[in-house]
Ligand binder design. Sequence first.
Ligand code: 5GP
Ligand code: MG
Length: 180
Amino acid sequence: MKNDIGEVLFSEAEIKNSVSVLAQKLAVDYKHKNLTIIGVLNGSLVFLSDLIRQIPFSVKIDTIKASTYVGASTSPNAETEIIHNTNLNVKDEHVLIVDDILDTGRTLSKIVRMVTKHSPISIKVCVLLDKMARRERGIEPDYCCFEIEDKFVVGYGLDFDNRYRNLPYVAVLRDDIMIP
Ligand code: 5GP
Ligand code: MG
């Protein structure tokens, strides 16, 4: 697996540090508030699990499953599919949507629209990575660990063809791995 990796953008230690700083910010901003964190699967699973374990008060956790790419592809589908929608009960809750990366913004703008219909008190977006250059929708992260250039990255939950999610760092894949 490691042979497939090009440049490492964020090391395990850098990610750990940035996730801690972010969790401290959330702990201040959501103190004494009812918080429901909704993770967007599969990409957010590593980030989500590290982040929630650093929040020092009781929070509700839920997940939504979204699918943007099909198989071994690095370009998004025309339409993001929300495959699984849980029984959202967020009427008296502040909601924080957690995802791996904000890229074009299609996925998160669709999810924000969907969750907003369930009348939460507030709704904010938290991502590990922000790939600003590719944005197509008017959505920005409220919380973000790192900004990245327009490169396809893997690791720390991010996949290529469902592989590499278990790398503890974020890296660019070697070009020849992504050629079909
Ligand atoms: P968006 O809808 O913002 O274009 O895309 C969001 C989804 O596309 C992310 O949740 C993620 O699953 C996927 N994605 C976007 N950029 C990358 C990338 O550089 N690497 C990987 N592995 N997935 C990405
Ligand atoms: Mg995703």
